[in-house]
Design a protein around this ligand. Structure first.
Ligand SMILES: Nc1ncnc2c1ncn2[C@@H]1O[C@H](COP(=O)(O)OP(=O)(O)OP(=O)(O)O)[C@@H](O)[C@H]1O
Ligand SMILES: [Mg+2]
Length: 139
């Protein structure tokens, strides 16, 4: 997974995410940034599917973290939109997640910037002007 930029339809984004998920070996941390509706959760669902997760993958908007089993390693899915400070990550079990040889997928990583390990991979999603069916993805 070297760097690149693409403009993808939803189906193309899902296919891209599935491929990424299929190639993952824990531990991995993904910081997935982008505005509301940019496609972060859609991408997380695709990565999880590619990784072999069969649990339903839904936005952890209120719980802030969901964990999914069924892959070769645990997957933690965080949505930090409502995180008030990086210190709150401790209560969510952040340190344990990083120590768990897990796949950690973080929406709204800006809320936790200082806590992200340097090996975190960055993916940025954004809307495309004039094309509501495509998203720009940069990694
Ligand atoms: N090319 C595309 N890629 C991804 N999603 C798309 C695309 N085109 C349209 N969509 C739609 O945009 C929405 C993306 O929603 P999603 O929940 O994945 O975004 P999000 O970035 O997680 O938002 P939030 O910040 O609210 O968590 C979905 O309704 C999806 O169907
Ligand atoms: Mg989301």
């Amino acid at each position: 997974m070297t760097h690149g930029t693409l403009q993808l339809t939803r189906d193309e984004l899902v296919a891209w995410g599935r491929q990424v998920g299929a190639s993952l070996v824990a531990p991995e941390v993904f910081a997935i940034s982008g505005d509301l509706g940019a496609g972060k959760t859609t991408l997380v669902q695709a990565i999880c599917a590619g990784f072999g997760i069969t649990d339903p993958v839904t936005s952890p908007t209120f719980a802030l973290v969901h964990d999914y089993r069924g892959g070769v390693s645990p997957v933690f899915h965080l949505d930090l939109y409502r995180l008030n400070s990086p210190a709150e990550l401790t209560n969510l079990g952040w340190d344990e997640m990083l120590d768990a040889r897990a796949i950690v997928l973080v929406e709204w990583p800006e809320r936790a910037e200082i806590a992200l390990p340097d090996y975190a991979r960055r993916i940025a999603l954004s809307h495309v002007d004039g094309d509501p069916d495509r998203r720009r993805i940069a990694w």
